[in-house]
Structure formats: structure tokens, C-alpha cells
Design a protein. Structure first.
Length: 129
């Protein structure tokens, strides 16, 4: 029986998904990537321990849910699953709205992405044994 924590990463940027998988997939975490929020919502029955969710999604020629809409659906189905929101922007109104909705943390996609995610994950899930 594995004690690995199941972490979903939901980002339409394959580079970000691979970066997070490469850094966090380990004996402590099993990281599963999803390109769009709809795929993550369908997999919620697998009971992730944490979801790292992008704020903005784009799919050419199709309407897809944005991070806020995905977050609302996650909360409807799994209100206790912690969610870290990723974003390429640091607009205060977005951060404030997410805080009001109960997001667990907000990490900006910048040069400190991995170290900020490490801090956020260890605060939410605890330090790996």
C-alpha cells in the first residue's frame, strides 16, 4: 500500500505540466496531468489529495471552462480537496475573488514557480516523510 499523495495538475501548457511532474512525481507524490478542467472534473472520483489548477484555459475553436468555473465544480463535488491556483497574472481583483471563494493558495507562473509550489504544497499536505 502506497502512502503517496495523489496530486492533479490541470494546465493547458504541456511545459508547465511536465515541469511539475518532473519536480514533484516521487515516492511522496503521484502527479497526474490534465490538459483541461473538464478532464479533471471527470476524474474527481479518484479522490485527489490536492489539485493544482491553472486560471486561464484556451482551446482553439472550442469553449472550455476557465479556472474559476473548474474550481466551482470541484468545490461542488469535493469541497474538502485543497486547490492551488496557478496564473500568469497577479491582478489583485482575481486574487481577491479567489480568496473569497476559498482557494487554498495562489501561485504566479514566474521564475519562482517551483519554489513557491514547493512551499504551498508542504503547507497544505505537510512535509514529505
Amino acid at each position: 500500500m502506497s502512502d503517496r499523495k495523489l496530486v492533479f495538475i490541470v494546465d493547458d501548457d504541456p511545459f508547465i505540466n511536465q515541469l511539475i511532474i518532473k519536480r514533484f512525481n516521487s515516492e511522496d507524490y503521484l502527479v497526474e496531468p490534465f490538459e483541461y478542467g473538464e478532464e479533471c472534473i471527470e476524474a474527481l472520483d479518484r479522490d485527489p489529495d490536492l489539485i493544482i489548477l491553472d486560471y486561464y484555459f484556451f482551446k482553439s475553436g472550442e469553449k472550455v471552462l476557465n479556472g474559476m468555473e473548474v474550481f466551482d465544480r470541484i468545490r461542488e463535488q469535493k469541497p474538502d480537496v485543497p486547490v492551488i491556483m496557478l496564473s500568469g497574472q497577479d491582478r489583485g481583483d482575481v486574487v481577491l475573488e479567489l480568496a473569497r471563494k476559498g482557494i487554498d493558495d495562489y501561485v504566479i507562473k514566474d521564475n519562482s514557480l517551483i519554489s513557491n509550489l514547493e512551499r504551498a504544497i508542504s503547507e497544505i499536505l505537510g512535509k514529505p516523510e
